[in-house]
Design a protein around this ligand. Sequence first.
Ligand code: GLC
Length: 739
Amino acid sequence: MDLVAPSIPAPAEADIDALVRELIGRMTLAEKVGQLQQVAGNSGQISDSLAQAVRTGAVGSIINEVDVDTVNRLQQMAVDESQLGIPLLFGRDVIHGFETVLPIPLGLSCSWDPDLLQRGARMSAVEAASSGVRWTFAPMVDIGRDPRWGRVAECLGEDPYLSGVLAAALVRGFQGDDLSSASSIAACAKHFAGYGASEGGRDYNTTHIPEGELRSVHLPPFKAALDAGVATFMASFSDLNGIPASANRFLMTDVLRREWGFDGFVVSDWESISQLRVHGLTGSDRESAAAAIEAGIDMEMESSTYRAHVEELVASGLIDEETIDAMVANVLRVKARLGLFERPFTDPAAFSSRGNADHLQLAREAAVRSAVLLKNDGDLLPLNRERLRRVAVIGPMADEPQEQLGTWVFDGNPQLSQTPLDALLELESQGLMLDVVRGLELTRDEGEAGFEAAEAAARAADVALLFVGEEAVLSGEAHCRADLRLPGAQEALIRRVRATGTPVVVVLMSGRALALDGIIDDIDALLCLWHPGTMAGPAAIDLLFGNETPSGKLTTTFPRVTGQVPIYYGQRNTGRPPTPETYVHMRDLPRGASQLSTGNTSYHLDTHYTPLFPFGFGLSYTSFAYSQLTCDTPEVSRHDDICVRVTVRNTGSRTGTEVVQLYTRDPVASVTRPVRELKRFMRVTLDPGASQEIEFRLPVYDLCFPGRDMKMTIEPGVIELWVGGNSQASLGTTLTIVS
Ligand code: GLC
């Protein structure tokens, strides 16, 4: 039981509206502006200026204070010592866990398991709420199609539909069934919108996104979060087509309020309002404040342009006080829905202990289900414990309690971490011989001094387990990479071990898809764990030794080389798509090859045009066959449902879980459409030899897209459908939309 605090009756909306109106009616303009200001806490310290600001109602929210006694002291100042007694809202980045850390969101997304993500967010909310946090800046639902961008680690992959399903699950997990429960925390859909398209994969960079692309790719996951009841949104840092999100009225008002009917509040990103001047959109903080207000940014995070200029902007008539009232109402509404007016204080004793056995077990389950088996030559995996005498454990990520947690883990507790080496030492105590050699101190190291010992260990072993990847600092916000190969001398280390002839298992722990074309042939088995969180060790060993069977599927395409980026499955066909017939590698061009000898289709001369591993791909320790694909609705109107059925059979010798995926394509439309779009998926667990008929039923309207007028449209014509275990599924059929 995670919470024993007595629940309060969820406040009725009518009562909330009355409370909000009554409060605003009593507030001075200065107090209204106070509710729109978020400031940073100071790790348990309360400065005189902060205490003064709280007591005078000059602050409405505090970020990054997680000492529960300090939270309660600040809350007591706000509630008992200020004129209006409005409670503070305490916010924190609870992105993939709190003290117990789950895999990074990109990893979690590879589970394709909404229920798992919901349970993970619920666990995270309980741990965070016990410290006084009632608002998280998650889920991050930016579409990540450029792994150079460090923040792909936080996203839910490259696909709008899957990201939306998983975002909704996270919102439900964070917010619970009743937002006013003491263990519920308000979620925040971020970064609205289009941040994932940052040019060059460089964080905070400019984005150029045509409205059609915005509406078909970047906005859908935000809409899914809103439909799931997300309480808040966060504006992105990024410049969208010349108007930074923090001053972008089209996003914050036209789409979010008028089209979607959002009634929570929007917070800026960290100082993103004051950065409007840096962008070159405004010439002063005063102009920035006005621009953000006119766009629809309710609360200002950390910078204080509102505090400095709103009263004068209202006095000058540039901003109506009614506009400020509406912003304040949005903030007070969310505070009321959280039950903060009835129960402003946190009783830590009401919560289960953080990092408890149940939470650790969930973290272990999540790490197992997030893992993706990318290569397994000769069925090297799972390792047979009985036949193994000696194992070489090599690499800079085998025993890194903090690094395995990944990015955005301010409250992660490395003392709770169980590393792969910890788990292997358990096996050593049962007789397995281990040779442990780091080979490299850090993933970034270039030196090869440790290679000789690694080589010797591998030579003497039955199998070499190499734990490589990226330290946590190489991914996440502001941590972008222009070269997606394994950092440092890790490729060289793998080659050196491979040269011994001992079978090589690489366990990859990274915050992004990497470019492995140069090393993949030196790897016999490749298991991608992402940054797997607290329970990396038990999960890794469960998978390597077959206690668990991998079921993860990629939600982000693995390029062959960095130069292929952006490469993702849902690309458009172009007028000259590459084909096996027209592709020729430059090494195969004859001397003096003519200008027209390379097929003239869309590919790079120095690498194959396909990804190394496609979206939706993941191996198992068993195998699955698809058959009998039928469409029960060969002709449909826009108001009908589509029904597709397929039979999946476990053709291997172990029970396994397959993620059955349904893709569609509209081959002829008034605007060109992606060559494939994921429309449904289902996790299916089958025993050896067992089969199951899977039915997908979806409204035709789920195939809509923004037409030339930007209105969502459905057009008559043929629709192609495929069902399979990844985005390159070949089992297909068609249907026709007749009206
Ligand atoms: C950061 C991030 C945002 C985060 C916020 C508060 O700069 O962009 O995702 O929630 O500031 O930490």
